[in-house]
Design a protein around this ligand. Structure first.
Ligand code: GLA
Length: 379
């Protein structure tokens, strides 16, 4: 299907296809850029990039989601962001590859993605990682998963202007089916934490429009880095709750509360991974509830719509469900973990109460953890 579309657009069959998933983070929010731990898993939704090398240095990009628009630029020239928001990720990835000392040549690229966009589910990381897989395959660069993730993060930091950490790109590159990935964002060491038999991962998209995401996101990061600096630490990884409290008078209210969230959240990630491995849903429910509350009170990144979804889930299932807002914040999606037998009850409660309380409709996905980056050569 995609191959026929590629042929119609570019006049030849694609030489290869790379695809990478979006992600949902179970817990460990805003800890990645503080050298902490995270526990995401890959969604079954993927971004796919069909590619074909061209020898004139031009990168020509089409998207099946935006059939009316296209982008074209020379991979060797200096360029700035173009008019198409989606295509800027391609420009960003090519710029990151060049800055890393590689010389990406021309490519015809066709992007197609079923990762929900702008929902805190990392549609942009999926695109970056799939693009990097495409370029690595096309130009025979032996990039490992951590290098791909770091290049994707660099693309986002330098060209797009979002000072994100490495979680989204690393899980998109490295995830294994059926399991969450515990990542130490300092060493980039990863460890599986399989989803127990009979449990379900339910993603509830609030459909609340996400606004001011990048600017507020970057401000939170600045608060964290300033707090670490004032505490005399390279980052908040080594800080403890007691240490943060001892420095309270030297910190602004924002710096104090962001730092406290990060150090407590790191403990919650490690405890949650343990609870997941031991199949202890009640413990996990308590940890995610604390995590959500901390996003409300300390990191201040939730909105009434996601708070409402969490409350509806808790009212319906109590401590039989672990639920919290997931991702970069300011709306987006809520992740729920419960027994498969409870999914129907959960979705019925959302159906019954969410629209009535917020005027919005939620979209729900019951997800099986997907695989990371896959690259196929067709010739
Ligand atoms: C976004 C960023 C990640 C991470 C999360 C919050 O998804 O891209 O690096 O910081 O927000 O945990």
């Amino acid at each position: 299907m995609s191959s026929t579309a590629f042929q119609a657009l570019f006049g030849a069959a694609p030489q290869g296809t790379a695809s990478a998933p979006g992600r949902v983070n179970l817990i460990g929010e805003f800890t990645d850029y503080n050298g902490g731990w995270v526990l995401p898993l890959a969604l079954p939704f993927r971004c796919r990039v069909d590619w074909q090398r061209r020898d004139d240095g031009t990168v020509s990009v089409r998207s099946r989601e935006y059939p009316e628009s296209m982008d074209s630029f020379n991979s060797q020239d200096e360029y700035s962001p173009g008019e198409q928001g989606w295509a800027n990720y391609v420009r960003a990835v090519v710029a990151a590859l060049r800055e890393s000392g590689r010389a990406p040549g021309g490519m015809n690229l066709l992007i197609s993605s079923d990762v929900p966009q702008g929902r805190g589910l990392s549609s942009s990381a999926a695109l970056e990682v799939a693009l990097l897989g495409a370029f690595a395959s096309a130009f025979n660069w032996p990039l490992d998963q951590a290098e791909i993730a770091a290049l994707g993060q660099r693309a986002e930091n330098q060209f797009i202007g979002c000072q994100c950490g490495i979680m989204d790109q690393l899980v998109s590159a490295a995830a294994q089916a059926g399991t969450a990935l515990q990542i130490d964002c300092q060493s980039l060491a990863t460890e599986d934490a399989a989803i127990p038999e009979g449990w379900a991962i339910v993603v509830l998209d609030s459909n609340h429009p996400r606004q001011l995401v990048d600017s507020e996101y970057n401000l939170r990061r600045q608060d964290c880095e300033a707090a670490a600096n004032i505490m005399g630490l390279a980052n908040l990884r080594e800080a403890t709750p007691e240490g943060v409290r001892a420095h309270q008078s030297a910190l602004t209210r924002g710096q104090f509360s962001r730092a406290l969230h990060v150090v407590e959240e790191n403990h919650r990630v490690l405890a949650s991974a343990q609870a997941l491995r031991a199949g202890q849903l009640t413990e996990l429910a308590a940890l995610l509830a604390q995590g959500h509350q901390s996003l409300v009170e300390l990191f201040e990144v939730t909105v009434p719509a996601t708070d409402t979804l969490v409350a509806i889930a808790k009212n319906a299932l109590g401590n039989r469900v672990a639920a919290r807002q997931t991702g970069g914040g300011f709306g987006g999606a809520v992740v729920c973990i419960c027994e498969q037998d409870d999914v129907e009850l959960l979705l019925a409660a959302v159906q019954q109460h969410y629209h009535q309380q917020t005027g919005l409709e939620a979209t729900s996905f019951v997800c099986t953890p997907g695989r990371g980056l896959e690259c196929v050569i067709h010739e």
